[in-house]
Design a protein around this ligand. Structure first.
Ligand code: MN
Length: 250
């Protein structure tokens, strides 16, 4: 079934992600249905674009995130279908597949600009309109040469904005970086759970992603320490007082 791969990759005993109930049918034809984009800091930062269809969320991982510039084609790797309940998930995946932080970056409805979504997917050319908080207007997902629909092989597609009055030169990922669910950034989301969850093993070490985790974890520890009216724990677990208290207005 559609969610087999999703379930096989995850241990729901240790992951907070929803296990997913039975797929439910989606409205037919050009009727609006749910979409979301989850900003996911894992082994690499990416944006998971998910479109409800046939009772699941069709999913593409977009490393650089959507671009509002029609001249920019963003690589979108087709990944396994996700359950509908995943659509408003935001939180920390402590370990295992996708370990890291998930932010609900945008959501709303999408409307196919074709009559037959399945045929469009098989053809590798899905035109659609988005009505989210950040993403709007007309878009297309096009399969690259050699790309395939379904399991195996090259799953490379391109996500491209069509030219309309929602297109423009603004870098939307930079302009609107926060959660539409909680207005949180990654550090806020991590601090709301256990900011010290990766003390021994980080989802990514070194490089840009490792550096991002370093910064986010430090900020999350700081936020939760301030919330507790205390000072952060150092590596040995002892409470330390900073020589120059970091005062950041947030
Ligand atoms: Mn992801």
């Amino acid at each position: 079934m559609a969610l087999d791969e999703y379930k096989r990759k995850r241990d729901f005993g240790s992951s907070p992600e929803p296990a997913g109930a039975q797929p439910r049918p989606s409205p037919p034809g050009r009727t609006p249905r749910y979409f979301c984009v989850q900003k996911h800091l894992a082994s690499h930062l990416h944006y998971d674009v998910r479109l409800e269809h046939n009772g699941v969320l069709l999913s593409w991982a977009v490393p650089k995130g959507p671009s509002l510039d029609p001249a920019v084609k963003r690589l979108a790797m087709h990944v396994e279908d996700h359950p509908i309940e995943y659509g408003d998930f935001e939180g920390v995946i402590p370990s295992g597949y996708g370990a890291g932080i998930v932010m609900l970056w945008d959501y709303g409805t999408w409307t196919p600009e074709v009559d037959d979504v399945d045929a469009a997917l098989t053809k590798g050319d899905l035109k659609f309109a988005l009505d989210g908080f950040k993403l709007k207007g007309s878009w297309v997902l096009v399969r690259t040469k050699g790309g395939r629909w379904g399991g195996g092989g090259d799953r490379a597609w391109l996500l491209i904005k069509h030219r309309d009055h929602w297109a423009g030169p603004v870098d939307i990922a930079e302009f609107a970086p926060l959660s539409v669910k909680s207005r949180s950034d990654f550090a806020d989301i991590l601090s709301a759970e256990n900011p010290d969850v990766w003390r021994s093993k980080r989802p990514a070490k070194g490089g840009d992603t490792g550096a991002m985790f370093e910064t986010i974890i430090a900020r999350a520890l700081d936020i939760s320490a301030r919330r507790a009216g205390s000072t952060p724990l150092d590596k040995s677990g002892a409470r330390t007082r900073r020589k120059t208290p970091a005062r950041k207005s947030r």
